[in-house]
Structures are given as C-alpha cells and as structure tokens.
Ligand binder design. Structure first.
Ligand code: NAD
Ligand code: GDU
Length: 328
C-alpha cells in the first residue's frame, strides 16, 4: 500500500486511475486545479486542490503525503484549441510538467508514470506506429507531450527519477460500475458527442472532414477503454518498482475505426439514430492513428480486454443516461 500522487485526478482518466489505485490497495491523492476536472469525481482518496505551476503548493503536498510515485495526467488536451492557441499548451503542459518534476526532485520522489499521446507521432502514412516511430506532431498538443517525454529523460538522468510514458490512442468508455465517466464541458470527443446527438442533448454531430484518403473518407482512430488504460498504469508502477528499462509504451488495440464506423456503432448499441452533418476538416487532425506495437503486452503483460466498440460505447451510454452531472 503506497501513497500515489495523481495529478489531474479530478479529470476523466485521472479519476478512473484513482479508482483503480484504491482497488489495488493504494492511496490516490488527487492534485488538480479543476480547470477541466470535477471535485465530485474525486471519490477514492484525498483531494488537494492546486496548480502544477504552484511550486509552494506542490512542495506542501509532497511533504504532507510523501508519495512513493506520481501518475501525471494533468494537462490540456484539446487538439483544435491547441492549434488555435499553442501558447496555452506549451505553458500548461510543458511548463506545468517542469514545475511538477522540480517538486519531485526537491522532495526525493523517484517514480513517475506520464500520460503521453499518439498525437506525438503525427501523420505517418505507411509507417508502423510503434515506440520507435519517432515524433512528428501536427499540433501544439502533440508537441507539448513530446517535449515532456524529453524533459523526463533529462530529469530522470539528473535526479534518478524512473519514468514511463504511456502514449494513449483514443480513450473512451466509462467505469463499469457507472460511478464516474467522461464529463468534459465543453465536450469535444467523438463518442460522447455522438451520444449527446443521439439522445437529443445537442444538435446534429458534425463529421470533421469526409474527403480524407480512407475507405469512407473519414479519419481513423484506435479506441481504447479507459478501464484497460488505467490497468496499464498500475502495471507501469510495478514496472518502475522492479527497475524496468523501457520508458515508453503505446496503449492502443492495433485496430482502427473510421468516424463513420464509430457513429454507426453508437446507433447500433443505443438503438437510436445519430443525426449528423458533413463538415470541414478540423485543423491538426491526422488521417489515421492506429497503434502498431505489442510492447505493453510483452513487457507489462497488458491486454486490452474491454476495448471493443460495443463495451466502450455501452459504458459511456450508461454513464450519459445518468445525466453526466456529478453529484457528491
Ligand atoms: N482522452 C484521451 O483520449 C487522451 C488521449 C491521449 C492522452 N490523453 C492524456 O491523458 C491525460 C488525461 O486526459 P483526460 O481526457 O482525463 O483530460 P481531463 O481534461 O478530463 O483531465 C485533465 C485534468 O487535469 C487538470 N489540470 C489541467 N491542467 C492543470 C494544471 N496546470 N494544474 C493542475 N491540474 C490541471 C484538469 O482540471 C483535469 O481535471 C491528459 O494528459 C491527456 O493529454 C488523453
Ligand atoms: O464532433 C466531432 C468530434 C470529433 N470528430 C472526429 O472524430 C475523431 C476523433 O476525435 P476526438 O476529438 O474524439 O479525438 P482526437 O483523435 O482528436 O484526440 C484524442 O486523441 C489524440 C491523439 O490523436 C489526443 O491524445 C487527445 O487527447 C485525444 O482527445 C477525429 O477524426 C475527429 O475529427 C468528428 O468528426 N466530429
């Protein structure tokens, strides 16, 4: 049983990580400034409100809880916004991570699991997206995550901080118990938006580009269930504890679905029509992002057990049916 500091613990993925950590016998301490998160999502351990940029607040929290490791989810992660306002992303994601690593170095905390992204790879037609593919981000969001991976290597060497970066593909779904889920406001992700359109909570879903060089003209993504994703993080902590040498892992299923395929699956799983209109491409979007790696399986023993479209959409739908508003 260990204290684990979870930055972004009030957010979508961070709150699921807190639940998984508590189930595994750890104490997850959520550190979050609530810029996009919800205090009501912090249910599985203590909440420490604070910003990554506040060194004093971080020092206080490290001194109070003496965490054995950090899971670092706190970031801004909206591709469209990152293309319009790159400074926000460099400041918050890169500057914020530097503040966190400085505080870790000061406190002698020596392990960190970091939320990276497949957006670091960019559009790489014909290149297998495994951990060796190299970075070519198309937007400031992907660039900010690639920069933090480089920062982790430098801080790791200087302060003996063991680190692992998980490069997520598209995360979807909700807690199987329906206790927590994705509740972004405004929402930008495809599956929750399609669910809101299907249930009349918003107007028609806009397909961002229907002229891409893919079989049906829409972008292809690799969707992974949030429960599978956070399970990998627990394995990542074990990997660090036993001195594992690998520092980056893709987390995806290796199977891609187009936007139209996802929307059809939402209609099938919910039994509802998804009203949609065809729109322009969204700036910063890659044509296709599908993992080409099995490293997490080989090294960590990780399997994406729940990551079918049906399970992801079904759990997200159950959560959406509850109203998607947190109640303490
Ligand atoms: N959702 C996905 O498909 C996806 C894919 C790849 C990577 N990621 C990464 O996973 C992580 C979590 O994503 P999410 O979907 O849960 O997002 P989220 O917005 O729900 O959660 C992020 C949390 O971080 C907090 N935060 C942001 N900046 C902060 C700061 N400066 N100080 C303190 N707290 C701060 C927010 O309030 C929020 O609670 C992010 O790092 C994101 O880049 C997500
Ligand atoms: O209203 C919408 C919303 C999305 N899409 C499309 O659906 C696909 C998935 O879009 P999301 O916004 O759900 O997810 P992204 O692929 O943009 O981004 C996700 O994956 C990225 C990596 O590609 C980042 O890591 C990011 O944090 C994470 O949200 C994209 O082709 C997008 O253009 C639409 O057509 N209409």
């Amino acid at each position: 049983m260990a204290n684990i500091l979870v930055t972004g613990g009030a957010g979508y993925i961070g709150s699921h990580a807190c639940k998984a950590l508590a189930k595994a016998g750890h104490v997850p301490i959520a550190y979050d400034n609530l810029v996009t998160g919800w205090e009501e999502a912090v249910r599985f351990g203590p909440f420490e409100r604070g910003d990554l940029h506040s060194g004093d607040r971080l020092d206080e929290v490290f001194a109070k809880w003496q965490p054995e490791a950090v899971m670092h989810f706190a970031a801004l992660s909206n591709v469209g916004e990152a293309s319009r306002e790159p400074g926000l992303y460099w400041r918050n994601n890169v500057g914020g991570s530097m503040g966190l690593l400085d505080a870790m170095a000061k406190a002698g905390c020596r392990r960190i699991v970091f939320s990276s992204t497949c957006a670091t790879y960019g559009d790489r037609d014909g290149v297998v997206l495994d951990e060796q593919a190299g970075f070519a981000p198309l937007n400031a969001y992907g660039a900010s995550k690639a920069a933090v991976e480089a920062m982790l290597a430098d801080y790791g060497r200087a302060y003996d901080i063991a680190h692992v970066s998980f490069r997520y593909f598209n995360v979807a779904g909700a807690d199987v118990d329906g206790e927590i889920g994705e509740a972004h406001d405004p929402e930008t992700h495809l599956i929750p938006l399609a669910l809101q359109a299907a249930t009349g909570r918003r107007g028609a879903l806009t397909l961002f580009g229907t002229d891409y060089p893919t079989p049906d003209g829409t972008c292809i993504r690799d969707y992974v269930h949030v429960e599978d994703l956070v399970a990998a993080h627990i394995l990542g902590l074990d990997h660090l504890a036993r001195g594992g040498v690998e520092t980056a892992f893709n987390l995806g299923t290796g199977r891609g679905f187009s936007v139209r395929e996802v929307v059809s699956a939402v209609a099938r799983v919910t039994g509802l029509q998804v009203p949609m209109i065809e729109g322009a491409r969204r700036e910063g979007d890659a044509v296709a992002l599908v993992s080409g790696s099995t490293l997490a399986g080989e090294v960590l023993g990780w399997q994406a057990e729940r990551s079918t479209l049906d399970a992801m959409i079904g759990s997200a739908f159950a959560w959406h049916q509850k109203g998607t508003v947190y109640k303490a």
